[in-house]
Design a protein around this ligand. Structure first.
Ligand code: COS
Length: 398
């Protein structure tokens, strides 16, 4: 499955959507999206401005509607994991930042879709679907990344609602978002059973998001500092002390889509490598004529296929389960296997592709060079590879 040259740039392969995991509406949507993405041109030198631009375009042209259910302006009755997979794979093929902008609308609003009241859903979800509100998910802390239950941010009840104190960090869309779904301890001695979720509108007094974090690939991140931040009574999301499970259920949905983003980047690197192999002359022949090159392309192709099948299986399992993301053990393990395999395999595929470019591979401005930086964080965020291994190990022992 090789990408092909489109008049407006490289086009991702489409034959994977014929696999039995997908339905007719997926097969219709995918090429429309690929055509749309190929026509977009966004100046990505400033990642914050670019992210806003992508959200506006994705909202204007209806793609963000796949981040919310139909009752609130969404494209389909419920969040459909296979549509999310197609969107992320295709967007990441063209622009990892476009994929990021799309994904954050879903991850940032996912807990509202799963656990919000009808008032909360009405207030936020249709604005997320049109791109009028930018969403964020504030879970990680300086001393609580993989170990979510160790978080120290504290929410205390007041006469008027809640007060938040603490620090969240590595927050995607930090200082850009209109609201943060924020997790905080409401019963500090109860571990994972003492965490609740809150919807925090921004900007607001008591919330400082001015510390931006710069990373190796464009990605708007910031630290959030809550200092006696006063919130009303209507901000509690889901049940009191039910925040850990809500966070895990939200991550369950989006982990399979992170796998899809990694897959999109791997497919792009593979397409670039095939193009390079066919066009690069060396020792009187093309790179593609060397068996070494053919073997390398074969290895890349197998790594991509393995990642794709696990990713599509995870999405299909969730869409076809009656519980729709309620964290069934089989689905949680399938999403973990997909995220682990697709991100690790994509890193290897991109590295192999870069090697085929020689010096050009590390030249700033080359697509393969930016992919090499773009892929790295996917092995860390939304559950590092080690967390996915733990989930799979626990599941095996059950
Ligand atoms: N869906 C629903 N419930 C879940 C769940 C899921 N996917 N995973 C765990 N739970 C429940 C468990 O059933 C358990 O419930 P009870 O208290 O009723 O028994 C509870 O949550 C605690 O589960 P567990 O003991 O497995 O939690 P741990 O503290 O050991 O943490 C890991 C488990 C490491 C898997 C979790 O903390 C994790 O996913 N960490 C990574 C977080 C992450 O992705 N961070 C990135 C932030 S977003 S970029």
């Amino acid at each position: 499955m090789v990408a092909f040259e489109h008049p407006h740039g490289m086009h991702p392969p489409q034959s994977q959507w014929e696999l039995p995991f997908f339905d007719m509406h997926h097969r219709k949507m995918a090429p429309r999206l690929a055509d749309w993405a190929a026509l977009q041109s966004v100046d990505e030198r400033d990642d914050r401005a670019a992210c806003k631009d992508w959200v506006a375009r994705l909202g204007r042209d209806g793609w963000l509607r796949y981040c919310v259910p139909a009752a609130h302006g969404g494209a389909l009755p419920v969040l459909d994991s296979r549509s999310l997979v197609i969107l992320r794979e295709t967007l990441a093929f063209h622009s990892p930042l476009a994929d990021f902008a799309f994904a954050m609308q879903g991850l940032g609003s996912g807990a509202i879709t799963l656990g919000g009241t009808s008032e909360q859903q009405a207030k936020y979800l249709s604005a997320v679907a049109t791109g009028q509100k930018i969403a964020a998910f504030a879970l990680s802390e300086p001393d609580a990344g993989s170990d979510v239950a160790a978080m120290a941010t504290r929410a205390t009840r007041t006469a008027g609602g809640w007060t938040l104190n603490g620090t969240k960090t590595w927050i995607s869309n930090g200082d850009l978002a209109d609201f943060y779904v924020t997790f905080a301890k409401t019963d500090p001695d109860a571990g994972s059973r003492g965490i609740s979720a809150f919807i925090v509108d921004a900007p607001r007094a008591g919330l400082d998001s001015s510390t931006h974090i710069h990373v190796m690939a464009p990605h708007p991140l910031a630290t959030l500092r809550f200092a006696d931040c006063q919130l009303g009574t209507d901000v509690l999301l889901g049940t009191i002390n039910g925040g850990f499970k809500l966070a895990m259920q939200t991550l369950d949905i989006f982990r399979a889509s992170v796998a899809a983003a990694a897959l999109g980047m791997a497919r792009r690197a593979f397409a670039e490598a095939v193009h390079q192999a066919k066009h690069r002359s060396m020792f009187g022949q093309h790179l593609a004529d060397f068996q070494l090159t053919q073997a390398r392309l074969g290895e890349m192709s197998a790594l991509i296929d393995a990642a794709a099948l696990l990713t599509y299986r995870a999405a299909w399992l969730r869409d076809c389960s009656t519980t729709q993301g309620a964290g069934t053990p089989a689905y949680t393990a399938a999403a973990a296997a997909a995220k682990l395999t697709a991100t690790e395999n994509a890193q290897r595929v991109i590295d192999m592709a870069l090697q085929m470019f020689g010096g050009r591979g590390v030249q700033v401005g080359e697509k393969i060079e930016s992919l090499y930086r773009d892929i790295r964080s996917l092995r860390i965020y939304e559950g590092a590879s080690e967390v996915q291994l733990l989930i799979l190990g626990k599941s095996a022992l059950k």
